[in-house]
Design a protein around this ligand. Sequence first.
Ligand code: SF4
Length: 451
Amino acid sequence: MHMTSKLAKLGLFDAMVPRYTSYPTAPQFKSDIGGGQMENWIRAIPQGSQISLYLHIPFCRRLCWFCACRTQGTQTLSPVQGYLDTLIQEVEMLGQLLPSGVTLSRMHWGGGTPTLLSPDMIANLAGAVSDVAPLAPNAEFSVEVDPNEIDSARVQALAKAGMNRASIGVQDFDPEVQTTIGRIQGFEITRDAAEMLRAAGITSLNADILYGLPHQDETKIAASVQKLLTLNPDRVALYGYAHVPWMARRQSMIPSDALPAPERRLNLFETAARLFDWDGYTQIGIDHFAAPHDSLAIAARAGCLRRNFQGYTDDPADVLIGLGASAISRFPQGYTQNASATSDYAKAVQSGRFAAARGHAFAGEDLLRARIIEALMCDFDVRFDDIAQRFPDHVRRLAELLQSAADQFGEMVQLTETGLRIRPEGRPLTRIIARFFDAYDMSGAGHASAI
Ligand code: SF4
């Protein structure tokens, strides 16, 4: 049977599956976990430890049709200032609970458009964080940069605050694709932003590019990737566009008959992936590509790649605290997620409570299954020795689970005495294979297509 038919038979072209940036995934979180639980878990962080921090800025100057982020359009900074005051209050509440000596191994500002903040706002937010938990030596401070919404003053303010990695949204450079997805961003403006960032000493640049966009074909994506490669990004995320207009209403502006079919999406991914490979980039997990010197490539070679809400990371911290509306935190005990609506979020924080509105406390086989899924998503490989070291009582259970997966996925995986490995030809199925180990997700509802 042709490889495409084999992949189709295993559901690649019609399954809706999670991206597994957490396990259980966010749709499984329940409202029995709230701010009180978050407080307890923050108090349990060991003194002097390193943690990660995520700050969410849910505002944009424009609302792009393709984007499923929960964000508000604004032409002025006044709603942003109100939100920022609340966010700083939440940072200070965190400071009152954090044990002494905690520093940040990673900090990420995402959104929305964090670069919408004025230089003063950037300095105030970074100062508030630094008073509570300063950046550790060699910390990574990354910010999502919209090339249409950045200038020298804001770059200087971010650099002064310690930003050392920038993540630039590209999507696709083709004008027809850009018009159809409601985001116009010429190559020149992207190139100028990259040059401005590098001139300010921010030498680590990530870029996000999408496959599966309307009117995209192999020629267009190849042209976009080649243009992107002239900017020498250190790291690229090649995400599949998820068309979910029932969840993200703006996407109904995008004509669904202009979207490539699932089989075509696989070709688009492979076309782009080949170009990154030819340019010396290493594929990291299912959808990232990194230059050999990049910290993700180094972590992948060392076998210590991890997965969190921002995708792939080499961050060793066990605690990631997310602040801001809808932000998710991960603790060794479980997850919490802040209220999504900015009004609900602000109401909680302004009355002195953490805004966590849902979450999940780990129980039963959660951590075992979470590790299996993370290992598959990062390394395409689950090893008995890794699991035995982390969960010595679960090795027999692991053997049962891996045998069932081998029965289900046949020649796409290889089961040996060292563990289960996804063969190269089976890698497009990684998220489907990961879902096999998911004891919660049976519906596929609300997830994106498997390719
Ligand atoms: S792509 Fe960026 S700028 Fe556009 S709506 Fe989404 S977060 Fe805002």
